[in-house]
Design a protein around this ligand. Structure first.
Ligand code: UGB
Length: 598
């Protein structure tokens, strides 16, 4: 009361709400009016922000928190009454007839797509100091993840426009969810690189807000230890993307301009776009409201498992069960061994890679009901077994793949399984943790993420008829990986398998020590015998035939120890760099027909 005169009517309402919700400790320590008044106003600015950025406001946040904290204290199982079983989905095998049919359908449909990249996370497991989308996807060309994603969206846009005879010339919208941790650096990366060729208006950055921390089981909000006039906040998780897309009006705008599919993806998966056209084709052909892309998963691997959960009351849903929950859930429902590999060598539950495709109409209808609120969870670290006090403050969290949890059983929720070698190679683990990953399980490190790109491209070329030499095994930062020839191409060169096949003719071969970088749209590989390095860059209207026998010293791989602080961080975390001894490098900067014959 002593500070009421400071507050606007809106702020007084917020103060009343806080008192009613048992939060008077937030200002009980405030000095008399006249002292720290600026800080007090700033406190209410923060409360207003926390209130408006959460569906249902702070009161709803506190209420939900009390319920979830009570459940956590009593040890209530969130899957009570549910039995998991292996769901059926669409299994795709890269490059076969069915795959190519879906790929073609997907390219056609891409003109009706919008992309959403969730990039608000700092990637604590990786421990990299920059933002993850700025990391090179591979260091042969050095193109970063964001550049690679944008160039893929642009290539899809162009291909889709072409196959539909140019009927639709709509630019594919691209939204990026950022957070206070990543927003400014993402903006700067885009601006300093001319948006990697995309129109600035095509890109929309949506910043997620953090949520209030909770200090006890009564969901009393925690004051910031650094500033007693602020509430402590922490990230709420990638599930925020739904509420943000809805509350910003972006989804309605997309619907107005005819968008039909919204594709969500994560910050560091250098393979994903090889799987995008086909999985979009699956969504369009099967009419899935939600299609979740997944890969075969090793039992206990640290990615969620897609499961069908059937409740004793008859309800059922196909949903991701996080890796730490799947094993106990199986054990509690008649599978004493928990999550184990079956005869295929993989867990029968496919792995969630958080690549979701939603049909916009039903998605927006659902969000109109929920405001984008996603089923949350809380994960307090208790001081002791009495579960009365926390070691440090906690908060509610949510995950984007939990969206289907509020859908009725009748919703068409499906999933598509794709070979991991062509769909999933995230960069999540730091070298030390990656080296500890059980043998046979993927490292998910910067080392494996880059090597996976070379492996996938080499295997795709093999499929297309090129003789690609077998890889060698090498260890970097304590991780043994297959080293394939370093084959990379721009998305506009090989967006789909059909594109690659068209551009590779005759009889070509590539040795293991080779590097092949194709930075142009119409580069044709014809009877090339490569044992060394070739880098070709070409104008969009140029057609370059590359053939003959190329033999040079090429680019050798040199180890970089992750503890060697004299090397740049992005090289240290992958454990190698290229020594560019000798290469055949050509640029064709004018339209026309050219031949590069060694
Ligand atoms: N992210 C945000 O944008 N905001 C946030 O507040 C947090 C994250 P992580 P996680 O692919 O292997 C997910 O940290 O959450 C972005 C799935 O839940 O990389 O541990 C962040 O920038 C899991 O089922 O992953 O696990 C990044 O782009 C499994 O699929 C994305 O969200 C796992 O990913 C994911 O954040 C996986």
């Amino acid at each position: 009361h002593k500070n009421l005169s400071l507050l606007s009517p809106d702020q007084i309402e917020l103060a009343k709400m806080l008192v009613e919700m048992g939060q008077s400790h937030l200002f009980s320590h405030w000095p008399e009016s006249g002292v720290d008044d600026g800080e007090k106003k700033a406190f209410f600015d923060q409360v207003a922000r926390l209130n408006s950025s959460y569906p249902g406001g702070l009161a709803s946040y506190i209420k939900t928190a009390r319920g979830l904290l009570a459940d956590s204290k009593t040890g209530k199982n969130p899957f009570d009454g549910f039995t998991p079983s292996v769901p059926t989905g669409e299994n795709l095998s890269y490059g076969d007839e069915t795959f190519m049919k879906f790929e073609e359908a997907g390219v056609k449909e891409a003109q009706n797509a919008a992309f959403v990249l969730v990039a608000g996370g700092l990637g604590e497991r990786l421990g990299y100091n920059g933002i993850k989308v700025a990391l090179p996807r591979e260091t042969t060309t050095g193109a970063c993840f964001l550049q690679h994603y944008i160039e893929n969206v642009l290539a899809l846009q162009e291909a889709s426009c072409k196959v539909t005879g140019g009927q639709s010339k709509r630019d594919i919208p691209f939204a990026i969810m950022t957070s206070d941790d990543t927003h400014a650096r993402t903006m700067q990366l885009l601006e300093s690189n001319s948006y990697f060729g995309m129109k600035p208006a095509q890109i929309k950055l949506l910043k997620q807000e953090k949520v209030a921390c909770l200090e006890d089981n009564d969901a009393r909000l925690a004051l910031d230890p650094q500033n007693k006039f602020r509430i402590q906040t922490k990230p709420h998780g990638h599930g925020d993307v739904h509420a943000l897309l809805y509350s910003s009006g972006v989804l309605e705008e997309w619907q107005r301009v005819g968008v039909r599919w919204v594709l969500f993806f994560q910050d560091t998966n250098g393979l994903l776009f090889k799987a995008i056209p086909a999985s979009l084709g699956v969504s369009a052909t099967k009419g899935y409201h939600v299609n979740s892309l997944s890969v075969p998963r090793k039992a206990k691997e640290a990615i969620g498992g897609i499961a069908k959960l059937t409740h004793t009351d008859g309800r059922s849903m196909v949903i991701n069960v996080e890796y730490n929950q799947l094993d106990p859930l199986l054990r509690a429902t008649g599978n004493p061994d928990g999550d184990v590999n079956c005869e295929t060598g993989y867990s029968p539950f496919p792995g969630n890679i958080n690549q979701l495709i939603m049909e916009l109409g039903p998605y927006l209808e659902e969000l109109k009901k929920t405001g984008g609120a996603i089923k949350e969870f809380v994960n307090p670290k208790y001081k002791d077994a009495s579960k009365t006090a926390f070691k440090s403050s906690t908060r509610l969290e949510c995950m984007m793949q939990d969206y289907p949890k509020t859908l009725p059983s009748s919703a068409r929720v499906g999933f598509t399984v794709m070979d991991a070698w062509v769909a999933y190679a995230p960069v999540k683990n730091n070298p030390e943790d990656a080296a500890k990953v059980p043998k046979g399980n993927p490292y998910h490190s910067a080392t494996s993420g880059e090597m996976a790109v070379y492996r996938a491209n080499s295997l795709i070329l093999r499929k297309a008829g090129v003789q690609v030499e077998d890889p060698v095994k090498q260890e970097f930062n304590g991780q043994e990986v297959e080293v394939w020839p370093r084959v990379v191409w721009k998305p506009k060169w090989g967006l789909t398998y059909a594109d690659v096949k068209k551009k590779v003719t005759g009889s070509s071969s590539i040795s293991q020590k080779s590097t092949l970088a194709l930075k142009g749209r119409n580069i044709l590989i014809e009877n090339l015998s490569l044992d060394g390095a070739v880098v070709v860059e070409s104008h969009d209207e140029a057609e370059v035939k590359v053939g003959g026998s190329v033999k040079n010293k090429g680019w050798a791989i040199e180890k970089v120890d992750y503890k060697d602080t004299s090397a740049p961080e992005e090289l240290r975390i992958r454990g190698f760099r290229f020594q560019k001894a000798e290469q055949l490098e050509k640029q064709y900067s004018k339209p026309g027909k050219f031949e590069l014959k060694a």
